[in-house]
Design a protein around this ligand. Sequence first.
Ligand code: HEM
Length: 435
Amino acid sequence: MSSSLPLPPGSSGLPVIGETFGFLNDPDFSTKRHKQFGNVFRTNLFGRSTIVLSGVDAVRFVLLNENQYFVISWPPSVKTLLGSASVPVQQGSLHQQRRKLLVQAFQPRALASYIPTMTSITQNYLDRWAQKETIRWYPELRNYTLDIACQLIVGISSGSQTRFGELFEIWVKGLFSVPLKLPGTKFSQALTSRQLLLDEIERVVKARQSQENIESDSLSLLLNAKDEEGNRLSIDELKDQVLTLLFAGHETLTSAIASFCLLMAQHPAILERLRAEQSQFKNDDLLTLEDLKQMDFLDQVLKEVLRVVSPVGGGFREVIQECEFDGYKIPKGSQVLYEIGQTHQDSTLYPNPKQFDPERFNPEQKLEPFSHVPFGGGIRECLGKEFARLEMRIFAALLVRNYEWELVPGQNLDLQMIPTPQPKDGLQVKFRRKA
Ligand code: HEM
């Protein structure tokens, strides 16, 4: 019986706030505790007793026991601002039904139809950056991924430059804030922005419904998507889902793409190999899905980028049934955090884990299931995984073919980890078109 087992080792920290401050501010919070306690430790985060688990066995245990021992758990601010219909918030059979509908926007045919838009927005940004001498790349990359998300998910052009983009930024800032509905708090501002964003999405949806020609974006696919019983998403639900996809696809991708840019500046020999691979393809900027599938070395590099700097550090779940892991009791009512970033740093899986080495993902190397989980896994695996991989490949291919960049000296390249990893000084580079 698990009841007679001990709780995992660890400390609950201070009353109420527990060890939340260290978790949010110390990049080595988990590493230190794993060194001391092993792959499972106990702490207190966001006012809740939390068990932190890392390593292949732990990740498999959490992700394959969704709905049996664990259900998704979000801080109240995220739950309210994403909306109750949002897929990451839904649980059980409703969650599974909704995934079946939403996944229709990420099928191979849909993805192929996104390529021209992704390519032209990427090319426009690259040309624009080449006209400036020095750029703070991170904020630029945020605008870039937001423009693609707005265009392909909701059909709004140059989203980052619009009122919609402004409201979106205010809304994002409230997601991980204290949920105080008082005038002027980040949370209140985000709630107001949420309503205005939903109004705008509704306006676009209504216009779309009266339009004859079908746009090639997720919104058109989701408007027409039906589940097995022939039901469609209601407008209210569609609005929550669209806002969720915009959020899920924007922050994470910015972090991933920025890490690629930084790591390539730091590993010129690997960049040269990527350029050599790209020279095998026609350099006419008309990328096809077939071309993209053949970029094997690029694929290895991107997998290693997502291993070394995982955009999502891990996932929280609530324990709905007491269970046992590794000889320890995991009590009902506590929360668990399965760790992606820490698992990717496990030296038994990845010898010399700090080293950037795309050969780890050479197709001849056998990868253990659940050892590389940048997109999570199980029934909650990232819905936008293929969208993300597509955008990263298009960006990287066009960038390395025709452009060069070097890091501006003297800047702080340490990563700020919350909400997603990003260089503290915004990644400043000298950028130009290749001679
Ligand atoms: C879920 C990572 C891009 C939509 C997740 C999860 C991870 C993840 C780890 C699971 C979290 C958990 O288990 O608690 C990433 C990374 C991305 C990325 C690293 C980019 C490099 C995207 C994009 C979209 C998207 C582009 C949509 C356009 C979603 C959705 C979920 C999700 C809707 C919730 C799925 C569910 O609860 O069933 N993502 N993601 N993501 N992602 Fe992504």
